[in-house]
Ligand binder design. Structure first.
Ligand SMILES: CC(C)(COP(=O)(O)OP(=O)(O)OC[C@H]1O[C@@H](n2cnc3c(N)ncnc32)[C@H](O)[C@@H]1OP(=O)(O)O)[C@@H](O)C(=O)NCCC(=O)NCCS
Length: 196
C-alpha cells in the first residue's frame, strides 16, 4: 500500500523505517514545518494541506495531536504492524494503530485506534488499550490491564495485572504501577506515586 507519513520528526522517521520494513510504499512526508529537506531520502511534500485523501500514517508522538489530526484529515488509517512484532492470533488492532519492532501482543489484547505500542513493549493477554494511548519502549502491561484513551506509559514501566489506568494519565519511565491510576494524573517511581 502507498502511504504518506504525517510528521517528519523523530517519531516520523521511526514510523517510516517500520513502514518500509512492513512492505508499505512510502511516497513521502507531510509536515507543518514544510518546506523541509528530504527525510531518509524521501520528499517532504508539503503541510497537511497537501494531503489528497490517500492513506496516512500519523506519526505524532503526542497522543492528542495524533487523534486531532485524524479528525481533521479523515484519511484511511492503515494499521502498521512491524514484521518483527509478535501478535497473538486473537489480538485485535484498530485502524491507525502502530506496533513497533519486537513488540509483543498477547492473546485477545485489544489495541485501540491510533494507539502506539513502541519498540519492545509487551502487551499481555486481555489488555485493552484505549484510543490514542502510547505504550513506551520496553514497557510491560501484565494480563488484563486497561489503559484509557490518550494515556501514556513511559519507557520500561510495568503495570501489574488487571490494573486500570485512566484516560490521559501519564506513567513515568521505569515506574511500577500496582494500583489504579486516576484519569489525567501523573505517577512515577517504584511503587508509582502521584507526582503532580
Ligand atoms: C513522569 C514524567 C512525565 C514527569 O515529567 P514532568 O511532569 O515534567 O516532571 P518533572 O521532570 O518536573 O519531575 C517531577 C518530579 O518527579 C520526579 N520524576 C520524574 N520522572 C520520574 C520517573 N520516571 N521516575 C521517578 N521519578 C520521576 C522528578 O525527579 C521530580 O522529583 P522532585 O520533585 O523530587 O524533584 C517524565 O519524567 C517521564 O518519565 N516521562 C516518560 C517519558 C517516556 O518514557 N517516553 C517514551 C518516549 S518514546
Amino acid at each position: 500500500m502507498r502511504v504518506l507519513i504525517l510528521g517528519a520528526g523523530g517519531h516520523g522517521r521511526a514510523v517510516c523505517e517500520a513502514a518500509l520494513d512492513a512492505g508499505f510504499e512510502v511516497a513521502g512526508f507531510l509536515d507543518g514545518r514544510a518546506p523541509l529537506p528530504a527525510v531518509l531520502g524521501l520528499p517532504v511534500l508539503g503541510t497537511e494541506a497537501a494531503h489528497e485523501g490517500g492513506p496516512l500514517l500519523i506519526a505524532f508522538g503526542d497522543n492528542a495531536a495524533r487523534l486531532a489530526a485524524a479528525a481533521r484529515l479523515r484519511a484511511p488509517l492503515p494499521v502498521l504492524l512491524h514484521p518483527s512484532a509478535i501478535k497473538a492470533r486473537s489480538a485485535e488492532i484498530a485502524e491507525g494503530a502502530v506496533v513497533m519492532p519486537r513488540a509483543v501482543l498477547g492473546a485477545q489484547a485489544r489495541i485501540g485506534r491510533l494507539a502506539l505500542v513502541n519498540t519492545g513493549a509487551i502487551v499481555e493477554h486481555d489488555v485493552e488499550l484505549g484510543e490514542g494511548a502510547h505504550i513506551g519502549p520496553g514497557a510491560i502491561l501484565c494480563g488484563g490491564v486497561r489503559i484509557g484513551p490518550r494515556a501514556m506509559v513511559g519507557a520500561g514501566a510495568v503495570v501489574a495485572p488487571n490494573v486500570r489506568v485512566g484516560e490521559g494519565a501519564v506513567i513515568g519511565a521505569g515506574a511500577a504501577v500496582t494500583t489504579e491510576v486516576d484519569a489525567f494524573s501523573r505517577v512515577a517511581g517504584v511503587p508509582a506515586r502521584i507526582i503532580s
